[in-house]
Design a protein around this ligand. Structure first.
Ligand SMILES: Cc1ncc(COP(=O)(O)O)c(C=O)c1O
Length: 351
């Protein structure tokens, strides 16, 4: 083999299924079931008729300027990327080398493990207890970078801002708070950026802004860190269409907030309905729920749902095996899911 040993040994990251045929109720990759703002579509069309022959703004400044205004921070405290994943890659490449430690509580977003492996870094994986509070083993670690998905995936749970602040203060390295799902939560840490020197906050347009297909995210941090991250990015890491879409999406913030409100309401009713059916559902602050399945078990429920063209997420891995992660769809999608689940777990449909 020509590749480095750590690459040869690592497991590839496997994203959730993206079926090519239509007709699926797709509740497996935490996409937003609602389309993006009509203003975003208008901006995309205008940009498409515009200057696609020219390279985009290398720093995506129209997006940075709007973020700076919204969060009362300097433009230099933001870096925009080709999805949150692009920024996670840039951050890991800048902060963790061979033999350095990368820490994160588990279970969490599997990409953190992939990125650590790519760097040949050591992984400090600290298990969450059943309550999904921050595990004490994460505090004071020698990690060069610590990842905390908040809200976390797959659990959907979140930890309070005060706990994040304590964790950051205990670390010598950088704490990356991954807020891909934060718009569905009650609390964010973005207002700590610039006040806590070793804090980076990552966000995505894929979930709350319904733009998973365009790939846009950003990281907010002290300008000294952003200046370093810029060195590791592709020259033009965000394309013209994505920049136009993200700027228009930020200009129509209320549209996003209205969809988030609908999703939060549906999350509440799905949690109640599944609990009645014998699932044990963790309290979710995200656009999905994670639930321990009753008989006939998560694997069988997942397979039967799939045969009925309803996709949810199931990991055949350790303790995750007992759980299903279900993204919050439209009311209609969730009604279809619940009807199928009632049938599979043997509860008569009251309707
Ligand atoms: C915890 C977490 N972080 C980051 C991402 C990356 O999002 P994107 O690259 O679509 O912006 C995801 C996507 O599923 C996620 O679950």
């Amino acid at each position: 083999l020509f590749v480095r040993q750590n690459v040869a040994k690592m497991q590839p990251y496997v994203p959730g299924e993206q079926p090519i045929e239509g007709g699926f109720v797709k509740l497996n990759t935490n996409e937003n079931p609602y389309p993006p703002s009509p203003e975003v579509v208008r901006a995309l069309l205008a940009e498409a008729w515009g200057a696609l022959n020219l390279y985009p703004d290398p720093m995506a400044n129209p997006v940075r300027d709007r973020l700076a205004q919204r969060f009362h921070l300097d433009r230099g405290m933001f870096l925009v990327g080709n999805g949150g994943d692009d920024l996670l890659t840039i951050i890991t490449r800048c902060l963790a080398g061979e033999g350095d430690t990368v820490a994160y509580p588990v279970p969490t977003y599997i990409l953190y493990e992939t990125l650590a492996d790519l760097q040949g870094s050591r992984k400090l994986e600290v298990p969450y207890a059943a309550d999904f509070a921050l595990p004490p083993g994460l505090f004071g670690s020698p990690a060069k970078v610590t990842f905390l998905a908040n809200p976390n995936s797959p659990s959907g749970t979140s930890v309070p801002q005060s706990a994040v602040q304590e964790l950051a203060a205990s670390l010598k390295g950088v704490l990356v708070v991954d807020e891909a799902y934060v718009d569905f939560a009650d609390e964010s840490c973005i207002f700590l950026v610039g006040k806590v020197p070793n804090l980076c906050v990552l966000r995505s347009f894929s979930k709350s802004f319904s733009l998973a297909g365009l790939r846009i995210g950003y990281v907010a941090a002290g300008e000294n860190l952003i200046t370093e991250f810029v060195k590791a990015k592709d020259s033009y890491n965000v394309n013209r269409l994505s920049i136009a879409a993200a700027a228009a999406a930020l200009d129509d913030y209320d549209y996003m907030l209205a969809n988030v409100a609908k999703i939060r309401r549906t999350r509440g009713s799905l949690t109640e309905a599944l609990t009645e059916l014998g699932f044990s559902v963790l309290p979710s602050q995200a656009n999905f729920i994670w639930a321990k399945a009753p008989e006939p078990g998560a694997a069988e429920i997942y397979q039967t749902l799939k045969s009925r063209r309803i996709l949810v997420r199931f990991w055949d891995r350790g303790e995750l095996r007992d759980y299903l992660r279900i993204s919050i769809g439209t009311r209609g999608q969730i009604d279809a899911l619940l009807a199928a689940v009632r049938d599979i777990v043997g509860v008569k449909d009251a309707g």
